[in-house]
Each structure stands twice: as C-alpha cells, then as structure tokens.
Write a protein that binds this ligand. Sequence first.
Ligand SMILES: Cc1cc2nc3c(=O)[nH]c(=O)nc-3n(C[C@H](O)[C@H](O)[C@H](O)COP(=O)(O)OP(=O)(O)OC[C@H]3O[C@@H](n4cnc5c(N)ncnc54)[C@H](O)[C@@H]3O)c2cc1C
Length: 240
Amino acid sequence: GKIVLFISSLPYKCPPGPYEIMLLIDQYFRQRGIRHKVKLTVVTPEKSPESLAGPKISQKLRKMLLDRDIELITEAKILAVEKNALILDHDAKIPADLLLGIASHWTPQAIRNTDLVDKNGFIKVDPFTLETKYKGVYAIGDAAAIKTPVMGAYAPKAGIFAHMQAKVVARNIASMAQGDKPESYYDGKGFCIVNTGFGKGCYTSVHYYKKPPTFSFIRPTKVAYLVKTGFEKYWLNNWF
Ligand SMILES: Cc1cc2nc3c(=O)[nH]c(=O)nc-3n(C[C@H](O)[C@H](O)[C@H](O)COP(=O)(O)OP(=O)(O)OC[C@H]3O[C@@H](n4cnc5c(N)ncnc54)[C@H](O)[C@@H]3O)c2cc1C
C-alpha cells in the first residue's frame, strides 16, 4: 500500500518529527520483510527537509530519505484531504491508503483574542528575555513569535527551546523576587536527537541567534540513540 505523511503548513512542531516518523515506519516494514510492498512518501511545504536547520542538514536528511527509499515532495501546497488522496495545488493528487497529517499549528483563541500577538497569532516577545510588550508578562515555547534573525522565519518550535526559554524566564523572575537585576538571556541554542531507526540516532544542534546561524548533524550512531532513550526515561521517571 501507499503511506503518505504530510505537513499541513509552516511552522509546525518539532521539525525533525515527521521525518523521524517515516524512518521508523520504514524500519517497521523492513523488519517485517514487506518493505517492498509499501510506498512511503513525505509531502512538505518546506523548500527542503528541515530547511530551518540549514542547507547541509537538509541535504543529509534528503539523502537519508533517498537511501531508505522514502519519496520526498517539497514546496507542496496542501489544499484538501480526500478519503484516499491528498490534493495539492497545480491539480496534483497523491493517492494514499493511509494518510498521516501534521495538523496546522495555531495558538489558542484565548491568546489570539489579545493584543499580544503578531498577524499569525503568535505572541510577540523580546527574543532574549521572552517578555511581551507588558512588563512582567512572558511567553515561551510554541506560542512565542520568535524569529530566526538571519532567515526571518519562525524559529523552530520544539520542546528543547521551550525548556531553555522557561529556564531564562524562571531565573529572571526569581532574581527580581529577590530584588536583584534579571540577568538571564535566551541564546537561541538547542539540540535534538533524531531517531533514525534500527537502534540509531542522529545528534543535531542549532544556534539560531548566531549570525550566520550554526548547525551540526552527526551521522546516526547507537550512542545517540541510547542518549535519546535515556533522556526520555529521565523525564518520564523524574517528572511525571
Ligand atoms: C508528535 C510530537 C513529537 C515531538 N517531539 C519532540 C522532540 O523530540 N523534541 C522536542 O524538543 N520537541 C518535540 N515536539 C515539540 C514539543 O512537544 C513542543 O514544542 C513543546 O511541547 C512546546 O511546549 P509548550 O509548553 O510551548 O506548548 P505545549 O506543550 O503545547 O503546552 C501548551 C499547553 O497549553 C494548554 N492550553 C491550550 N489552550 C489553553 C487554554 N485556552 N487554556 C488553558 N490551557 C490551554 C494545552 O493543553 C497544553 O497543555 C514534539 C511534538 C509533537 C506533536
């Protein structure tokens, strides 16, 4: 059959997520010995996979998908979803037995109804302190309208960035509560390990406030996979 995974619009949560899902689906069918019976396709509005991570990482990811026989359709404008097909502009119709969609990313109505937001409904903040236009009111994570200074696009929306931003805001609030000056600043750094399947993962990191931004992408290793699963276990055991 045909499995099509599509990204509805930009920005979306967790830039490597959709590619990771497809790599794991590929692993699943290979391990069952029926990969040759399944066609896998990723459809994205991005110019190239994970384009926010820069051309080198995009190129590496593109090659990884090619090596795993996963078709990639970029710069796609998704118009509709039918029962067994994805409808794109230019009358393109992609047949599918299973459609997996990354829904459009929005902020809640309660936020969009305020005067805190930009034209797309994300909350405008100081990129270093995460403070909104109202003193003492902050926004972090997916709802914040942080842009990459060089590319001008929304910065990647992922848990790691929300986490780093939360630390900055929490530290500054704690400092002010003690009568000190807030001196913590968000620096646009983040990292992630992409599960590429077969017990391996790719360590990637970004520093998107740097001019030009820097990115790294280390080939899939077992160590990275173990770190990823360890990280997940740490959070699940210690925080939930
Ligand atoms: C499938 C998937 C995989 C991902 N994998 C990764 C990963 O490996 N690494 C990574 O870094 N990131 C990953 N992400 C992205 C990550 O989950 C998000 O970027 C992160 O959760 C953002 O945190 P947040 O606190 O800004 O928003 P959220 O986690 O979305 O929290 C917002 C909260 O607000 C609540 N809320 C919404 N509206 C209202 C309202 N009106 N009133 C009250 N509460 C409201 C919601 O219920 C929610 O609990 C993934 C995302 C998905 C969907």
